[in-house]
Design a protein. Sequence first.
Lengths: 366, 366, 366, 366
Amino acid sequence: MSGSTLGHLFRVTTFGESHGPAIGCVIDGCPPGMPLSVEDIQPELDRRRPGTSRHVTQRQEADQVEILSGIYEGLTTGTPIALLIRNTDQRSKDYGNIVQTFRPGHADYTYHHKYGLRDPRGGGRSSARLTAPVVAAGAVARKWLAQHHGVSLRGGMAALGPIDIAFEGWEHVPHNPFFAPNTSQIEALEAHMDALRKAGDSCGARIVVEAQGVPPGWGEPLFDKLDADIAHAMMGLNAVKGVEIGAGFACVAQPGSVHGDELTPRGFLSNHAGGVLGGISSGQDLRVSLAIKPTSSIRIPRQSIDLDGQPVTVETFGRHDPCVGIRATPIAEALLALVLIDHALRHRAQCGDVRVTTPALPASAG
Amino acid sequence: MSGSTLGHLFRVTTFGESHGPAIGCVIDGCPPGMPLSVEDIQPELDRRRPGTSRHVTQRQEADQVEILSGIYEGLTTGTPIALLIRNTDQRSKDYGNIVQTFRPGHADYTYHHKYGLRDPRGGGRSSARLTAPVVAAGAVARKWLAQHHGVSLRGGMAALGPIDIAFEGWEHVPHNPFFAPNTSQIEALEAHMDALRKAGDSCGARIVVEAQGVPPGWGEPLFDKLDADIAHAMMGLNAVKGVEIGAGFACVAQPGSVHGDELTPRGFLSNHAGGVLGGISSGQDLRVSLAIKPTSSIRIPRQSIDLDGQPVTVETFGRHDPCVGIRATPIAEALLALVLIDHALRHRAQCGDVRVTTPALPASAG
Amino acid sequence: MSGSTLGHLFRVTTFGESHGPAIGCVIDGCPPGMPLSVEDIQPELDRRRPGTSRHVTQRQEADQVEILSGIYEGLTTGTPIALLIRNTDQRSKDYGNIVQTFRPGHADYTYHHKYGLRDPRGGGRSSARLTAPVVAAGAVARKWLAQHHGVSLRGGMAALGPIDIAFEGWEHVPHNPFFAPNTSQIEALEAHMDALRKAGDSCGARIVVEAQGVPPGWGEPLFDKLDADIAHAMMGLNAVKGVEIGAGFACVAQPGSVHGDELTPRGFLSNHAGGVLGGISSGQDLRVSLAIKPTSSIRIPRQSIDLDGQPVTVETFGRHDPCVGIRATPIAEALLALVLIDHALRHRAQCGDVRVTTPALPASAG
Amino acid sequence: MSGSTLGHLFRVTTFGESHGPAIGCVIDGCPPGMPLSVEDIQPELDRRRPGTSRHVTQRQEADQVEILSGIYEGLTTGTPIALLIRNTDQRSKDYGNIVQTFRPGHADYTYHHKYGLRDPRGGGRSSARLTAPVVAAGAVARKWLAQHHGVSLRGGMAALGPIDIAFEGWEHVPHNPFFAPNTSQIEALEAHMDALRKAGDSCGARIVVEAQGVPPGWGEPLFDKLDADIAHAMMGLNAVKGVEIGAGFACVAQPGSVHGDELTPRGFLSNHAGGVLGGISSGQDLRVSLAIKPTSSIRIPRQSIDLDGQPVTVETFGRHDPCVGIRATPIAEALLALVLIDHALRHRAQCGDVRVTTPALPASAG
C-alpha cells in the first residue's frame, strides 16, 4: 500500500536507500521447482551496473547479489526468495549540501512534504539505485517465462536527447554503452554525451522494450488490463514521463481502417495494437515505448528555495548519470517481465482449465 | 484480482455488460458524513451519455442512476455505496453477426482466448458502456476532493484524428459536442466527423485532463507513484494507447536545464513535471494527456478469421461511436478523481500527522 | 480495505443495509464456463431465510435473487457476477427508539464512534440480513467446488444455549428448524426457545461445519494459512466469538503422542488436526466449530447511555432472532466454501503444474 | 497472496527458512518520524529467543537483528524497514532422517503435496523460528501504538497441557520460564515439563493476550472485523487450533441478558465482548485466548508413510520445543500489535476527520 510492492501473485517488495547498508527485495509467489541460482540473476544486474562507461555515474558498486531464502538444493521451493545487495561505495559527504535545499526536478521537495523528513544521501529511497532489486527480481521472472512459455524480452534506446536512433538490429544492443540497436550513430551519441558532460547538463531518452512469445489471453478486461499494468510499472520507473503501447500517440491520427490490425489464418497483418486488445494479450509482440526525462541533478546553477522557503541557487555536484535513460533498458525489460509473470499466474488462477478450439494465430503473417 | 476493482482505500468495483439487465458499481471506503444524492452523480453521467449529438452512438440510454446503499438521511455512512444503472436500449440482434468472427482491433479475439467464451452483445464487458459506472463513482470522489481539499478537475480534447485543436479556453468545453476548449475549429471538427461517418470509418483523439489544488505529498515513492497509478487508470480506459504526464514524450529532447522546474518563493516557474516529482504531487497542476485509438467497429470491410480459423471479411454495422474519444473527457476526469481520492486517503493513513514548517509553494509563479 | 470484500482471487464484495432499498454482492474472479442460474442460488438463500419457523425473526422477506451480470447463455463468462436482493419488508418505525441510545452488546456504540453517524434502521449494515449475499455467493463457490474437485460441505448445530446436541446423523439436519443433526432432542430445543421468547431473553449456539473432498495442498504456509483464512471468515460472521479447527481448545490437554494424526497407507488414523497441517489442507475432512453469542436485542431492560452520555434503560422491541445461531449453519457453510474456492484458485496460480508421485492418502483409514 | 505478508497498510513480509543463511522481514507503511533503533526491537526478540531455559529447544541463536533500511538519523522515514537476522546455529544433519518420511502432525506431508518439494532442514519455512521476524516487526508496531495512542499489550499462559494456571497477577509473567501470571504453580509446571521430556512426549498450552487503551472505532464492519483480523493473525501462528475473543465459547451458554455488556456513564459493567462489538473496538480491553497444540516432533515412535506411500515408523530426534506454547506469549502479543496498528491506520484513512460529541466511555466501571 505504501508503494514498495509490485505485483499481486508474483509479488516483489523492495527495500533500501542509496547510501544505507543494503538494498534488496523479497519475491513472494514464485512457483516451486524452478532451478535458480545467483548465476541466473547476476548477469542482469551487471547489465544495469553503474560505472561501466564514461557516460554513466562513476559510483563503483559490485552489485553482488546474495540469495537469502527460498531455494533448496538449487530449486525454488515456492516460499519467499529474499535477495540482498550490500552498498559498498557510499559517500554520504558528497550529498551534504542538498540537505537544506530542494533540487529542481527532483523528489526532494515532494518527499519533504509527504514525510516531513527525508534521507538526503544520494536521493535516499528515490535513487535510481533502487532499480537494482527490480532487475534482480526481473531475472527470476524472466527465467520462468522463458522456461514455461518460451517468452523472450529485449529492448533498446530509440532516442537520446534530440537524436532519434535508427533501428538497425537487436544484435547491436550489447555492443555499445547506450543499448542502442544501431552501429552507425554511436559516435554521434558519444559526442552528444561528452558535450553534455562538459556543459554540466543532462538529457532524456526514449526506450523501447518488447516481449515475444506471450500467448493470447493474459490480462484483465477492465482495470488491470495488461497494458494498464505495464503502464503502471513503467511509469513507476524513475524519470519516466510517458508510456506508449504499440502505435501509441500515433494512433490519434490513424483512421480505424488503418489502425485495426487485420487477422488472417497466416497471422496478423500489422501490429498497431502492440500486442494487446481490450487489455488482453493477442499473441502478437508486446511493444512498449517510454519517455525518460533528463536527470535533475546538473551542475548548471538553478533557482530554488531552502527549508525556510527562502530563495537559493542550487548546483548539484557528486556522481550522477547525465542521462538516466542510458541504463534504463535492462530495468524496463525487468519490469515488463514482472508484469507478464504476474498476469501469467493470474490467468492460470482464473482460466487455468480453459480450452479453446480456435487456433492461436502466429504473431505476424510476415 | 480479476480487474473489476480500481483503488485500494477508495475501491470501486464495477459490474455489468453492455446488453445485460444492468450495469453499476460498488464503492467501498468512502469517508462518512459527506452529503450525497443522485443529484451529485447524474450530471456527470449526463455529460458522458450516448445519443446527445450526431457524432456519437445513437443508442438511447437514460443512464439513470439509483443509489442502493451507503446513504442515510442524505449523508454517506462509510459503508458501501452501490450504484445501479438499468440498461434500457438493448438490441441484441444488432450484434448477432459478430458471434462467429473476430473484429480487427477489437477485444473479441483476446476475450475468446482468455475465457473460452464471451458475451458478444454490444461487446459485452469490453463495451465503452462500462465507463458509466466509473463516471458515477468519479462524481462521488470529485465531490469529496472539492469539499475536503478544494481540488477541481477539468479536461478537454486536444486533437481529433489529424486535427490539432488549439487551446482557447476551458470555458468553451461545455459548448460543443467534442469537449473542445475552442470555438474557432468546431466546424472543422464537425466536417471531419461527417466525412468519416459517410466513409464508414473512425478516428482517434487526444484528451488532456488536469487537476488543480492537489496539495504536495500525495503519491507513493516507488511502485505506486501518483503518476504510475494515473497511467494505470488511464491505460485501463478503453482504447487508450498512450499516457503522458506533464511534458510527456517531449521531455526526451529537453535538456535538464530546461526540463527541471525551478522553484521560487512565489511558486514554480514552469510545469514540465506535470505536478508530480518522484511519484509524489508537488502542488502544481496535475496534467495528463491520453492517446485514444480509432473505434474498431467500422463499416469498411476488413480481413479476419472465424471461430474455426478460416478467413472471413468483417464489416460492422450497428450503433457505434465513430470516435470513442469524443465522450472520453468526463471519463478521464472521473478516473483522475478516483486515483486522487485513493492517494488522499493513503496519505492520511501513513502521514496523517506529518506537519511541515516549509510552506507549500503556489502552483505557479505566474 | 473497508471490509466489504472477502477473498483475493474469488472476491465477494457485498453492499446494502437492513432497511435500504436492496442488498447484494459482486463476485469477481469466478472461473468462466460454469453453468449457473438463479436455481443454483435460491435454494441456499431459502435455507437462510427469516420467517420460516416461530424460533426466528418474523420479518417476511422473499430474498429473491436477481443475477445482473456475468452470465451468458447460462454459463459464467469470467466477468463479475452481480447479485441483487430487494428488501421488501422494511419497517423503519420499529427501530425509531434506538436512534438516541446504544443497545448493550450491539454495534451501535462502536459504529457511532467509528463513523460519527449510523443507519439505525434494523442495525443498518451490521444486521444479520447482510449474510444473505454471502450465502448467495457461497452457492456459486459451492457449485464450482463440487464440479471441479468433488468437494461437499455440510454443517449443523452442536449446542443451543446450555443444551449440548448429540450428533445422530447429518441426514436429520434439514428436518428441524435448528439445523440439528439429531431427532431426539428437538422437543427440548423447542421448549428452550419458547421459554426464552416468553422471558424476552436470547441464547447462543455452537455450530459445526465441515468440508469433504478437499485435496491436499490448499492453503498458504505462513500468514494466510487455510485455517487462518477460515478463522477470519468465520469471526467475520455476526456474533461469532470463537473458532476452532479440529480438536480446537481440546488440543491443549492432549499430549503430542495423542494429538498428532498418524498416517498409514490406508489413510489417516484420526483427525485431530481438522484437515489442516501447517496451514495447508491434508486431504482429511476440514472441521470447524463456531461459538455464536446470544442476540443482543432483547426485551429485558438493560442499563446503557444515550448520545449525550447520560444513563438510560434500554429494552429492544421489534422483530429479532432470539438465537442468531439458528440460521447460522447455511451461512457458515457458505463462508467455508468461499475460503476454499479462493485457496483452490490461489493454489492453481502458484502450484498449478506441480505433480507429486506420492499418492494422496484417503481422508481416513476407517 | 502466497501468504508471507501480514497487514494492509502496515505490511510485514517475512522471508527465510529455519536453516537457511538468514531470516527477516520488510515492514512497509510505518509512519515517518518515529524514533527507532535496534534497542527497541532486540528486547522483544530476546523474550522469544530459544535456549533460555531447559523447557525449550536448546538451539543457540543470538537472534541479533540488523536494521537495513528505513531509518535516517534515528527516525523512521516512512520507507520500508528491512530487518535481518542471520541464522548461526544450523545443524542440517540433525534433520536428515526426515527427508523421506512425513512426521505425524507436522506440515511435511502438506508442503510436499502443495509444492512438490520442501526444505526439510528444521521444518524449513514451517519452523517456529519464522516467528522471530514477526516479533521484531511487532516491536515496531508496539512502539507506535504506545506513543500515538497509549496502547499497551500484555499476555501470559493460562494452561499448560492439563494444568489450568490461576491468574495471580501480570507482574509475575517475566519471572518464570512459562510466561505464567502466577507464582504458586511454577513448580508443578516445571515438573510436568520434566516428565514430558523424559517420556519424549509434548504438550499444548492456552495463551491469553490483551491490549489496553485501544480507542473505540478501530475495525471494519463486515469481513475485516477487528476480531476477524485478530483470529486470522493468531490462527496463522504455528500450532494454533482455536481462537476466542472475550467470553469465547463460554458465550454459547450465556443468556443475552448476561452476555451483553451494560454501559453506564462510569464505564462498561462487564467485558464479555472482549473489547469488540460488531467487529469494531469498543474501548474496553481487547482479550484474546489461543489454543496451541502439542509439538508434533516427539521421540515416541509413531506410524507414518514414506515418499512412496509405504508404512514406516517415525521417531523425531533433534532439538525441539516440547511445548511450543511456552514461547508463544511474546509472539501473540506481537501479532496483536500488528493487527492493531494496521487498523489504526485504516481508521485514520477513512475516518480520520470524524469527530464525535458522545464521550468515549472508560474501559470499565470498576
